[in-house]
Design a protein around this ligand. Structure first.
Ligand code: PRX
Length: 583
């Protein structure tokens, strides 16, 4: 019989009879066990994300289906079937096993979006490792913080990205091997020191690998995410998360086997792994992967050329496309598109309306986080979109709004957005930081860090963050990270960092800096500090604006009052300043 996961699931009910009534029915009759049964599991009873995403399609006779269509930043084109993904990832599993990888060891990948990133990612999962993808635009500091904290033993990178981080490598004592991928011989220089050639290792490796029998509770992926205090924390996910990634691919993104799907997120962030790898491939779709960045004309051409049916992107991208106007879409036929969704920041109602005008369909906002591992709340294909709302919780998920004492409040009241713990893709710890992990759970709820309200029909409406974390173009930035980088500059005495509202990126990072004696607040110094931070961190994280101030407002215990800096910047009431330092 032809393998068709859709047949077996409740999604067919949702699709045949769309509407809120069916959503309600699905919610009532929902059981995660039914979804567990739709997966194949390993022969020994274990669960492995790589098996569910790749190998099972081959086992069911669908190996010749195209899994990946890749377009490189230099116009290169490659295509891989599920069988080829299986073979490449099997080889890489053999490579890391031979390098000594043991179950639970951490392997980090610091690469642009090239096909080898994906082969390596699944190879590590098959070998039982924990994989940590790093955003390739990162500068040396964020890479060092993550390698050191995770104790990664293997790093997979490219010649040019390795050059960017050479100076921090001696700070990473656990790192034993560096595997260099020279995609298409883009950077033809001899390997340095003990570096290993990916190409050589792969051609020497066997093309078949018996997947390590991981259980659903074994760790699989870690993504570092920013909080208000301290350096980013490694949210660790288990193989079990694949259950929800698979289900939300079908229910929230409307995937069907054979669809052409494009997720614009980078695997350095959670959307790029949960929805740029796991959801699409567990659902048997063909995925477009584009290595380049945002360009309105190019993006529209990609949709037409590859006949994209489902497109998952971010509100900042949508606002940039809106700003680019209608010119770049001249002559482009969008008729292949069936479903568009976005995540990462609030989607303005104008974005939904723009989608209807330009593509003939609304854009479906959904909500989740690094910690939730998968979509929790969404506007579904089968339901009316409420522009400005992030939709309703996935069947099987309970979300609530709490007051400051963590007690639930009624409809239309703003409060803390919370989720009942126990969903399959729930993170299982912050790496080596159990206290921080435990602090996120109160009175039987997981506290998300967001503020929101729920209307009487159960739709959720995002209000903002409950903390100082900045959301710039969908990337979370911890002010502490940026402050720490700035004060490493010899001219800087203190730094305070806030998110300043921005019409395109939602927020931009703004820093207030006081200088050490002997340094003048000149435009040249400002430019130098910007460059300094960009080089250390990345342009995605570094401040877009820097103001010099004589001193920063602090509490009596010496904490910088970012709230006050923000209120002053926006001309808002300064609120309670009773704990402010007197000077
Ligand atoms: O503040 C919320 C915002 O992004 C945060 C999660 O960011 P991160 O862990 O990097 O995960 C990104 C991938 C989902 C949330 O706590 N956010 C996410 N989706 C939305 C959103 N804010 C408003 N509306 C959304 N749909």
């Amino acid at each position: 019989m032809q393998y068709d996961p859709i047949e077996k699931s409740a999604v067919s009910k949702l699709k045949v009879k769309p509407g809120l009534a069916d959503y309600e029915r699905a919610r009532k009759s929902f059981s995660w066990w039914d979804v567990y049964r739709e997966l194949d599991w390993l022969p020994g009873g274990g669960l492995n994300k790589a098996y569910e995403a790749i190998d099972r399609h081959v086992a069911h006779g669908n190996g010749s289906r195209v899994a990946m269509i890749w377009e490189g930043k230099n116009g290169e084109q490659e295509q891989y079937t599920y069988t080829q993904l299986k073979e490449r990832s099997d080889r890489f599993a053999n490579v890391v096993t031979k390098l000594g990888l043991k179950k639970g060891d951490r392997v980090f990948i610091f690469l642009d979006r090239v096909p080898e990133l994906y082969f390596a990612f699944f190879g590590v999962l098959k070998a039982g490792g924990i994989v940590g993808p790093l955003f390739s635009a990162f500068g040396p500091d964020p890479v060092r913080d993550r390698l050191v904290d995770s104790g990664a033993t293997i790093l997979i990178t490219s010649p040019d990205l390795k050059r960017k981080i050479t100076r921090i490598l001696p700070d990473c004592p656990d790192l034993q091997h560096i595997v260099i991928i020279n995609k298409g011989n883009r950077d033809p220089k001899p390997l340095e020191g003990n570096d290993l050639s990916y190409e050589k290792l792969m051609s020497a490796a066997a093309a078949d690998f018996k997947i390590v029998n991981t259980s659903q509770y074994d760790y699989s992926i870690m993504h570092y995410t920013s909080g208000t205090t301290g350096k980013p924390k490694g949210a660790v996910h288990r193989h079990q998360a694949v259950v929800q990634q698979y289900l939300t691919g079908k229910w929230a993104l409307d995937m069907h086997p054979g669809d052409i799907y494009w997720c614009t997120a980078d695997p350095g962030w959670v959307t790029g792994t949960s929805y740029g790898m796991l959801a699409p491939w567990t659902n048997g779709v063909t995925q477009l992967i584009y290595e380049g960045g945002l360009s309105a004309r190019k993006w529209y051409q990609l949709i037409e050329k590859h006949q994209v049916n489902i497109w998952y992107t971010a509100p900042t991208a949508i606002r940039m496309l809106m700003r680019a106007g209608d010119e770049p879409m001249k002559g482009i036929n969008f008729s292949s598109l069936r479903f568009i969704a976005s995540v990462g920041e609030p989607l303005n109602p104008e974005g939904v309306i723009w989608g209807k005008r330009v593509f003939g369909m609304g854009i479906h906002d959904n909500w989740w986080q690094t910690e939730t591992g998968a979509i929790m709340c969404a506007n579904y294909q089968s339901m009316e979109i409420r522009p400005g709302s992030m939709g309703r919780p996935l069947p099987g998920i309970e979300m609530g709004i709490l007051d400051d004492k963590y007690n639930p409040v009624g409809p239309d009241i703003r409060g803390l957005l919370a989720v009942r713990p126990g969903w399959p893709s729930q993170f299982h710890n912050y790496w080596r930081n159990a206290d921080m992990y435990n602090s996120r759970f109160k009175k039987g709820w997981y506290i998300t860090g967001d503020r929101a309200a729920m209307d009487k029909d159960g739709y959720f409406w995002f209000e903002g963050r409950a903390d100082d974390v900045i959301n710039t173009a969908g990337h979370l930035v911890g002010p502490f990270e940026v402050e720490s980088a700035l004060i490493e500059h010899p001219a800087v005495a203190e730094a305070g960092v806030i998110g300043k509202p921005d019409p395109i990126a939602m927020e931009v990072v703004k820093a207030f800096v006081s200088l050490k004696p002997g340094h003048e607040p000149t435009p040249e110094l400002r430019a130098e500090l910007m460059r300094f931070a960009r080089q250390k961190l990345s342009s995605a994280v570094a401040p877009r604006e820097i103001d010099f101030v004589p001193s920063l407002p602090k509490t009596r215990s010496g904490k910088i009052m970012r709230r006050l800096l923000k209120a002053r910047e926006l001309g808002l009431p300064e609120g309670d300043t009773s704990t402010l330092e007197e000077d």
